[in-house]
Design a protein around this ligand. Structure first.
Ligand SMILES: *Cc1c(COP(=O)(O)O)cnc(C)c1O
Length: 480
């Protein structure tokens, strides 16, 4: 077919060759494809609406192919098969469990902290009816935060505690409820952007609070804060510089001096610790993550912390501080909009309960156990994997090397953890091809890719997932 004729054909169907016209006429009606589908047993499990969409799209695709110059006749059986394949792909749930072999413990794209088993059980147990807002003693309406609130207070060392959907939400809520319409002073060195859409100046705008920036990116002194306080100032805000570090010639006042200044001037001190490290999560190698207790002890009126970073629980934002302020926060209409659901509350409560016992926390909270894994342990596991994988057909090379992995979730910036990884090369396949084959396994395996090799890190693969993991790697290497 001449080029000009084809272009015309794409627009109007005019000027098509006789073959193409015949092919168009030969396309079956949609109900014939659907009839064909209904005779295929496995299609029964797929919702009729999904099958109908797939049949329509397949037919549209066939029509477009013909208009594009491909006049191969299309039979109803082939179209039905194509539609079924499409419908099957759509039928696979979007949300799936994956095995995280990246070594990045708090991988935001992979759902951050993997939950402790008791938190998973707790969430499942309340998935039906539960006493979410029902007092089992009195038979009357109860407090939704009755379980989590006191635990947050206890663990963060505050008078009262509560929780909402996430820490970003907690920041907006606290600023709005406690400082709405007034000024809040922040250091220029702390005007952070976390994960693309959490920009502090925008958060301020949403909260209806006037941002007063003080100091410079690397140096802010307590006098800078003091000079910025006016009768309209509601609070000083400290934000932990979560995913970056300002190093070299840098100075920021400590929580003690900010607490003292806020007290003298009769304004609030709000401390956003971000990832935060509770007493239970404090170890020498994790220095640098702020302790929410330290801020509160130094005079912070309200402290905010994320639930799915070093706490190792479900996505949530913890708020702790003076009882009257926490009450005010809970009365704000935004609190209702950001409230936690029953499954998250149950999982969060279970996670917080584990934190009451530091030894249990390091054992039972997967994120902590993974971060606490020793180099020897990781090397041993990497060696075992390597020896099992070398023997597989399709492998070009396997080796165990020392490497670094970031913690993720904006925790410990600039402090990657030393780790041991297995590097794999497959015969005749690029690193991208092999990692894509790993992602197509069930469950999908997510790895790192570096300089032509695929890297898998034992740190984030739970021992209970190991057999499944190795079987999937074997399949991917065998080209399945
Ligand atoms: C991560 C982080 C947040 C946002 O927390 P989410 O729970 O992800 O909303 C806010 N502030 C700081 C300092 C953080 O590190």
């Amino acid at each position: 077919m001449a080029r000009s004729e084809r272009q015309l054909g794409e627009h109007s169907g005019q000027g098509l060759s006789e073959d193409s016209r015949q092919a168009l006429r030969g396309l079956p009606a949609i109900h014939l494809i659907l009839d064909r589908l209904s005779s295929i047993g496995s299609a029964e499990l797929i919702a009729p609406a999904v099958l109908a969409d797939a049949a329509r799209e397949t037919l549209d695709g066939a029509r477009a192919r013909i208009l594009g110059g491909d006049s191969t006749p299309t039979c109803v059986n082939r179209l039905a098969e194509e539609a079924l394949e499409l419908a099957r792909r759509r039928h696979v749930p979007f949300h799936q469990r994956v095995i995280n072999a990246t070594g990045i413990v708090l991988h935001t794209n992979l759902g951050r902290a993997p939950l402790p088993q008791s938190a998973i059980d707790a969430a499942c147990a309340v998935a039906r009816y539960s006493n979410l807002e029902f007092d089992l003693d009195t038979g009357k309406r109860g407090r939704r935060l009755g379980g989590v609130g006191p635990l947050v207070a206890r663990l963060m060392g505050a008078e009262a505690g509560t929780a909402v959907n996430n820490c970003a939400g907690a920041t907006v809520l606290v600023l709005r409820a406690l400082c709405g319409g007034r000024e809040v002073v922040v250091s220029r060195g702390q005007l952070v952007e976390i994960g693309g859409s959490f920009r502090l100046p925008e958060i301020f705008k949403v909260a209806g609070v006037k941002l007063v920036e003080v100091g410079s990116t690397n140096i802010t002194r307590v006098e800078d804060y003091a000079a910025a306080i006016t009768p309209d100032t509601a609070a000083l805000l400290r934000v932990h510089t979560a995913n970056y570090r300002i190093t070299g010639h840098a100075e920021m006042p400590g929580v003690e001096s900010l607490g003292e200044l806020a007290r003298q001037r009769g304004i609030l001190f709000v401390d956003d610790v971000g990832s935060g490290a509770l007493q239970t999560a404090r170890r020498r190698e994790f220095e640098g993550e702020p302790d929410p207790r330290a801020g509160l002890a130094a005079g912070a009126h309200i402290t905010l912390m994320s639930g799915d970073k070093l706490l190792g629980g479900p996505q949530s934002g913890l708020i702790a501080g003076n009882a009257d302020l926490v009450r005010k926060v809970e009365k704000d209409p935004l609190f209702r909009a950001l409230r936690l659901d029953k499954m998250t509350l149950a999982a969060l409560e279970a996670t917080l309960r584990i934190h009451l016992d530091p030894e249990r926390a390091w054992r039972e909270i997967p994120a902590l156990a993974m971060l606490g894994a020793s180099g020897d342990e990781l090397r041993k596991r990497a060696n075992t994997w390597a020896s099992l994988l070398t023997a597989i057909p399709g492998v070009e090379s396997v080796s165990v090397v020392q490497d670094q992995s970031p913690v993720g979730g904006g925790s410990f910036p600039g402090k990657d953890q030393p780790t041991w990884v297995v590097t794999i090369r497959a015969v005749g396949r690029s690193d991208e091809e092999l990692s894509s084959a790993l992602r197509r396994q069930s469950p999908p395996i997510i790895c790192r890719v570096q300089e032509g090799h695929v890297l898998v890190d034992p740190r984030t693969v739970a021992p209970s997932e190991e057999a499944e993991f190795l079987a999937a790697v074997k399949c991917a290497l065998a080209g399945k």
